[in-house]
Design a protein around this ligand. Structure first.
Ligand SMILES: Nc1ncnc2c1ncn2[C@@H]1O[C@H](COP(=O)(O)OP(=O)(O)OP(=O)(O)O)[C@@H](O)[C@H]1O
Length: 471
C-alpha cells in the first residue's frame, strides 16, 4: 500500500494537473508543499492515459530520494533518482561509458593543490592576493566553473561569466591566475587517466543527450529542490525529455547555498511557451519558527535575490524557538543529547550541525538511541520507525522533523573560520545564512539552538523577541 500524501489545495492543484507538455517552474517558500506536489505530479504524469509515460523524479540529495521513494515506490512508471545516479545510468546504458572515469575527491584535491603550487612557483612575484587563497577556494571555484559551463578561457577570463552572490568580484588578472591553475589541474587529471570529474558529469551528460536522437527513456521529468542543481544539470535534464514530454522544476532560491542564479532561458527552460507558479503557504513550520526563518531570510546576507517567494505566515501555534547558552562546546553537545533523548520519546528529532566532524562527535553521545545518519549518499531505504536523526545541515535538505536541535550556533562556527578564509566574510556569511535558514525550516514545532561563545550574527538579536532564552 502506498503511503498517503496530503491532497493538493488551491495553487497546488493547478500545478499537479498542469498541461503535460513543455516546461513548468514552481517556486515556493520552505514547507509550501513542493516535495509533496512533485510526488503528486509524478504520479499524475505517469498515469495519464495517452500523454503519460515513464516519469523520473530527480533530486540532488540521496536522503530526500529515499524519503520520496517511500511514497512512490509502488507507483507504476515512476522512478526516483539523484541526478548523479541518472547520469551514470544513462552514460552506461547508452554509451557503454561508466562513471568510472570520474576522479576520487581526495585525488582531485591533491591534484588541484599540486597545480596551484606549480602555477604559483611559475608566476612573477609579488603574487596577487588570489594566489594566496587556500585550496578550498580553488576547489569551489572549479566546481562553479564546471556547473556553469564556464571552464573555457574565453568564458571565464575574457567574458568573465558573472558569479552571483560573490562578496567581491574577481579582477580579470585574478581570473587569469585561477584559470591557469585550472588548466594545469586538467592536464594532471588527464595524466592520471581521468577524463572528467564529478562536477563535469552534467556537461558530459548534456553533450551526450544533445547528440543522441534516439527515443527518450523518460517522457516526463520532475525536479525537486531544483535550486541545488547546477545550470548544467538543469540543461542536461531539459535535453533528456522528448519534444512531447514535460519538465517540471520545483525549487526555492532562499535555500540555495551557492549563487547560481541565471535566467530560465539560460538554464535551458522555455517559459515563453511554458508556465510558472508560486507557492507561498507554509504548511510545515509553526508560526514562531516561520517568523524566525523569515527574519534570517530578510537579513542583508540574502541580497541579490530576485526569485524569492514571500511566505504567508502560517497559523499553527507552537512554542517559541529556544536559545540555550552553555559554558563550553562540550556542554552544548551534552545538552543537545539530553534534549534529543527527551524529545525523541514523542516525535521525530534531528540534531543538525554545521560540520560532519561535530555531527560524529554528537552521535557518539547518543549511540544507545541508534540515531540515523543523514548523509547525502547513505540512506538507501527510509527508516520508518526511527526517531532520532543527525547530520550536517546539508544532509537534511528537503526533509522535516517535529523537533530540530542546532548545537554550535556560535559566531566562530557560523560562518566557520575556514570558509571566511577561503571566500571572504561576506560570501561566507551569505552561504551560512542560507544553510541556517534551511536547518531552521526543517522543524515543525520545536526548535532549540545552543551556543557557548557569542551567538552567531546570522540570527536576529535577542531584542527581536523571536526566541526565548532557555536553560
Ligand atoms: N495541501 C496540503 N495539506 C496539508 N499538508 C500539506 C499540504 N501540502 C503540503 N503539506 C505538508 O507540509 C509539509 C511540507 O511539505 P513539503 O515537504 O512538500 O514542502 P517543501 O516546499 O518541499 O519544503 P522545503 O522546500 O522546505 O523542503 C509536509 O508535512 C506536507 O505533508
Amino acid at each position: 500500500m502506498p503511503i498517503a500524501l496530503p491532497e493538493p489545495k488551491g495553487r497546488q492543484r493547478d500545478v499537479v494537473f498542469m498541461r503535460e507538455e513543455g516546461h513548468l517552474v514552481v517556486l515556493g517558500t520552505a514547507g509550501s508543499g513542493k516535495t509533496t506536489m512533485a510526488m503528486h505530479r509524478a504520479r499524475h504524469l505517469a498515469g495519464l492515459p495517452e500523454t503519460g509515460g515513464r516519469t523520473l523524479v530527480v533530486t540532488y540529495a540521496n536522503s530526500l530520494t529515499s524519503y520520496m521513494r517511500r511514497y512512490l515506490t509502488t507507483v507504476e512508471g515512476v522512478t526516483v533518482q539523484t541526478f548523479h545516479k541518472f547520469a551514470f545510468d544513462y552514460l552506461e546504458r547508452r554509451r557503454g561509458r561508466s562513471g568510472k572515469g570520474t576522479i576520487h575527491r581526495e585525488l582531485r584535491k591533491n591534484l588541484i593543490e599540486r597545480a596551484l603550487h606549480e602555477v604559483r612557483a611559475g608566476t612573477e612575484k609579488p603574487l596577487r592576493a588570489v594566489a594566496e587563497r587556500p585550496l578550498a577556494f580553488f576547489d569551489d571555484e572549479f566546481k562553479w566553473m564546471a556547473g556553469h559551463a564556464a571552464t573555457a578561457h574565453e568564458d571565464y577570463v575574457v567574458n568573465r561569466v558573472e558569479r552571483v552572490g560573490r562578496g567581491r568580484r574577481l579582477a580579470a588578472e585574478d581570473r587569469a591566475f585561477v584559470h591557469r591553475v585550472y588548466e594545469r589541474y586538467i592536464e594532471l587529471r588527464g595524466a592520471y587517466g581521468h577524463p572528467y570529474d564529478y562536477d563535469d558529469l552534467a556537461t558530459v551528460l548534456r553533450t551526450a543527450l544533445e547528440n543522441d536522437d534516439s527515443a527518450r527513456w523518460y517522457r516526463h521529468i520532475v525536479i525537486d529542490e531544483g535550486q541545488d542543481l547546477t545550470p548544467e544539470m538543469i540543461r542536461a535534464l531539459a535535453a533528456a525529455i522528448p519534444e512531447d514530454g514535460s519538465l517540471t522544476f520545483f525549487g526555492d532560491y532562499a535555500q540555495q547555498i551557492y549563487g547560481s542564479r541565471m535566467s530560465w532561458k539560460q538554464l535551458g527552460l522555455d517559459l515563453v511557451r511554458g508556465h510558472r507558479a508560486e507557492f507561498s503557504d507554509n504548511y510545515r513550520n509553526s508560526r514562531s519558527i516561520s517568523l524566525l526563518a523569515q527574519a534570517i531570510a530578510e537579513s542583508p546576507h540574502f541580497k541579490d535575490e530576485v526569485d524569492l517567494v514571500q511566505p504567508r505566515t502560517p497559523a499553527a501555534d507552537g512554542p517559541p524557538p529556544t536559545v540555550i547558552a552553555c559554558r563550553t562546546a562540550e556542554e552544548q553537545l551534552k545538552r543537545a543529547a539530553e534534549q534529543a533523548a527527551k524529545l525523541s520519546r514523542t516525535g521525530r528529532v534531528a540534531v543538525l550541525l554545521r560540520h560532519w566532524k561535530h555531527a560524529e562527535e554528537f552521535a557518539r553521545r547518543v549511540a544507545g538511541l541508534k540515531p540515523v545518519k543523514l548523509q547525502k549518499d547513505k540512506i538507501k531505504r527510509w527508516p520508518e520507525d526511527a526517531r532520532l536523526f543527525y547530520g550536517a545541515f546539508h544532509g537534511a535538505k528537503g526533509l522535516e522533523f517535529d523537533s530540530v536541535i542546532l548545537p554550535l550556533c556560535d559566531a566562530g562556527e557560523m560562518p566557520p573560520a575556514e570558509e571566511v578564509e577561503a571566500h571572504g566574510l561576506d560570501e561566507a556569511q551569505a552561504r551560512n545564512a542560507r544553510l541556517l535558514y534551511v536547518a531552521v525550516t526543517r522543524a515543525r514545532s520545536e526548535l532549540i539552538l545552543l551556543h557557548s561563545g557569542r551567538l552567531t550574527g546570522l540570527l536576529p538579536g535577542e531584542e527581536s523577541g523571536l526566541y526565548l532564552r532557555g536553560r
